[in-house]
Design a protein around this ligand. Structure first.
Ligand code: PMP
Length: 394
């Protein structure tokens, strides 16, 4: 198969599992299948592996101790657990929650659910790059605000949030800060203690681990209400027999990310900039979505005026390139992305967006191929689009 027959630049929707991770997982399906809660000796190795993985994930984010990590089924569950868990536990202190207008749907909808349970909800605005308005945060924090949930970085437009400043503001008002770090983990170094993060959402697949595993970091001493009840695993916060093979894979992926993040992110940044530059230079009326500098190393989000992102994606797919128009979670709706709308784009501007998310496997050659084929794709679609002004048909 030629290199051009299949190029994968949709890491936001899913990543390949690192072969080293798969190797680490296999024994926990073949040999060490025991339940860590059992009394007999089959429980020993799974129990040890579970705690080793917990330590590896804790180290990756500089958590104070392994026990601060609770394993879940993924980022969606971690976000639900953090937001509902803090809100319900602290409802006697206050019933106000703040989040931003560019969060993932699992944060947005958990917060909206709280509204149906009598909580007050404030959505913070963002600027045209998607950065949260810190003055608005300061203004909206109240005596009864118990939780603020702000993402570390946005998966759709790549913008990195000023989390340290957010944490300082939130803590001055004695509220808790939850951070969804799904898009940033493994690409940016995260230090929960130094950055003042109280709860942090992580997902395994985003660091080349298996799907169906995630974690929630909970700062020592912070108590939350469980949302899943049962046998009391994971300190009673997340009942259910542990997904040992998955967790082992997550731990291995965390260990690899620890060792390789710096060099990998440097490589990704170069590829990202080459892709962005190539597209913006080669195609008129093409614009970058998200922040030009405070941006995830793997994210190249570009919009093309007068045409639909979906038609670009179909053309790209026919040329062997997989990209996306934004979050895979909202791809099924025809609504323009709430993230792009929050940055002030008009419907027709938001609709012309294409998101390339790069990974370990991508090469300079692949980037150059995309830069080479895109002008013709855009030109052809613009020629067919009733929205294209005549003078633009170059
Ligand atoms: N938060 C962010 C920022 C995401 O990009 C995603 C999707 N990858 C999620 C949460 C939800 O992740 P999952 O679908 O794995 O639960």
């Amino acid at each position: 198969m030629s290199v051009h027959s299949r190029i994968y630049m949709d890491c936001v929707s899913g990543k390949p599992v690192d072969p080293r991770v798969i190797d680490a997982m296999l024994p926990y399906m073949r040999e060490f299948y025991g339940n860590p809660s059992s009394v007999h000796s089959f429980s020993g190795e799974p129990r040890r592996a579970l705690e080793e993985a917990r330590s590896a994930v804790a180290r990756l984010i500089s958590a104070e101790r392994p026990e601060s990590i609770i394993f879940t089924s993924g980022a969606t569950e971690s976000n639900n657990m953090a937001i509902k868990g803090v809100a319900f536990r602290n409802a006697d202190r206050g019933k106000h929650v703040i989040t931003s207008s560019v969060e993932h749907m699992s944060v947005m909808n958990s917060c909206k659910y709280l509204k149906t349970k009598g909580f007050d909800l404030t959505f913070l605005p963002v600027d045209r790059y998607g950065v949260v308005d810190l003055e608005a945060l300061e203004r909206e924090l109240r005596e009864d605000t118990v939780l603020v949930s702000i993402q570390y970085a946005n998966s759709e437009i790549g913008t990195i949030q000023p989390i340290r400043e957010v944490a300082q503001i939130v803590h001055r008002k004695n509220a808790y800060l939850h951070v969804d770090a799904t898009a940033a983990n493994g690409r940016l170094p995260i230090d929960v203690q130094r950055e003042g993060i109280d709860l942090l959402t992580l997902s395994s697949n985003d660091i080349y681990g298996p799907r169906g595993v995630g974690a929630l970091y909970i700062r020592e001493g912070l108590r939350i209400e469980p949302i899943i009840h049962g046998g009391g695993q994971e300190r009673g916060l997340r009942s259910g027999t542990e997904n040992i093979a998955g967790v082992v894979g997550f731990g291995k992926a965390a260990e690899i990310a620890m060792n390789e993040m710096q060099s990998e992110s440097e490589k990704l940044r170069k590829l990202r900039d080459r892709l962005i530059r190539g597209l913006l230079d080669g195609i008129p009326y093409a614009f970058l979505n998200g922040h030009p500098v405070h941006r995830l190393p793997d994210n190249a989000a570009v919009r093309f005026s007068f045409i639909e992102g979906e038609s670009i994606l179909l053309s790209l797919d026919m040329m062997g390139v997989a990209a996306s128009s934004g979050s895979a979670c909202t791809a099924k709706t025809l609504e323009p992305s709430h993230v792009l709308m929050a940055t002030g784009l008009r419907h027709e501007e938001a609709h012309g967006s294409v998101l390339f998310t790069l990974g370990r496997h991508n090469t300079e050659e692949e980037v150059d191929y995309v830069v080479r084929i895109m002008p013709d794709i855009v030109k052809r679609l613009r020629a067919m689009s009733p929205l294209t002004p005549k003078e633009v048909l170059w």
